[in-house]
Design a protein around this ligand. Structure first.
Ligand code: ADP
Ligand code: RBF
Ligand code: MG
Length: 180
């Protein structure tokens, strides 16, 4: 199925904004290594669970968590360092950052468990596992799709990023930067 056209409402309308507040947990480690598009995996709260599976846009905010660095073994067998966001720069914390979010089963990878993953539209020099992430989902982009190639999935994610950047720059969506 080709991606359906994204229809963006002029105003943020119910059920949005949908809020989340989570610590950043591990996934399978495929976002950065296979796709070159890292995603901060978050816990599914009631609000996120009420949304259909699919791809969304909104704002998020990172906060450092006061916790000593430690090593955690991820499900893919690799050990990752949890630094709780303590390496984040001043312009990367405590302010709204644009994001795209994927909620669902990643049909291309056929996951058995539902996940919520946030790709922050910003280039970070390192990981921030364990940091706190708060966010507001402001709208829907498209359903989750299956793909025949990894390149097609990457191309669609890049289209999602372009759509999110364009929408979030509009006044009714920009306003939510101060509420996240
Ligand atoms: P995992 O499967 O463990 O989530 P990923 O390959 O998806 O692994 O990488 C996710 C981690 O990369 C995030 O938890 C975060 O610490 C880091 N990261 C770096 N840049 C970004 C970004 N732009 N958006 C989201 N996470 C990022
Ligand atoms: N996975 C899919 O299987 N199908 C999708 O349509 C899909 N769209 C995504 C859109 C965005 C904006 C993001 C950030 C991820 C998407 N993913 C999708 C999830 C992707 O497969 C996942 O992030 C990686 O497998 C790493 O966990
Ligand atoms: Mg991830």
């Amino acid at each position: 199925m080709p991606r359906p056209e994204t229809v963006v409402p002029d105003q943020v309308a119910a059920p949005y904004p949908v809020a989340f507040d989570s610590s950043i947990v591990c996934g399978f480690g495929r976002g950065s290594s296979e796709l070159g598009i890292p995603t901060a995996n978050v816990n599914l709260n009631d609000g996120l669970n009420q949304l259909d599976v699919g791809i969304y846009y909104g704002w998020c905010r990172l906060t450092k968590v006061d916790h000593p660095e430690c090593q955690v073994k991820r499900d893919d067998g690799n050990t990752v360092s949890f630094n709780y966001g303590n390496d984040l720069a001043a312009d990367e914390v405590d302010q709204a950052l644009p994001m795209v979010m994927s909620i669902g089963y990643n049909p291309y990878y056929n996951n058995q468990e539902k996940t919520a993953e946030v790709h922050i539209i910003h280039k970070f020099p390192h990981n921030f596992y364990g940091a706190r992430i708060q966010g507001l989902v402001l709208g829907y982009i498209r359903p989750e799709l299956d793909y025949t190639t990894k390149e097609a999935l990457i191309k669609d994610i890049n289209t999602d990023i372009t759509i999110a950047q364009e929408v979030l720059a509009r006044e009714p969506y920009l306003e939510y930067r101060t509420s996240v």
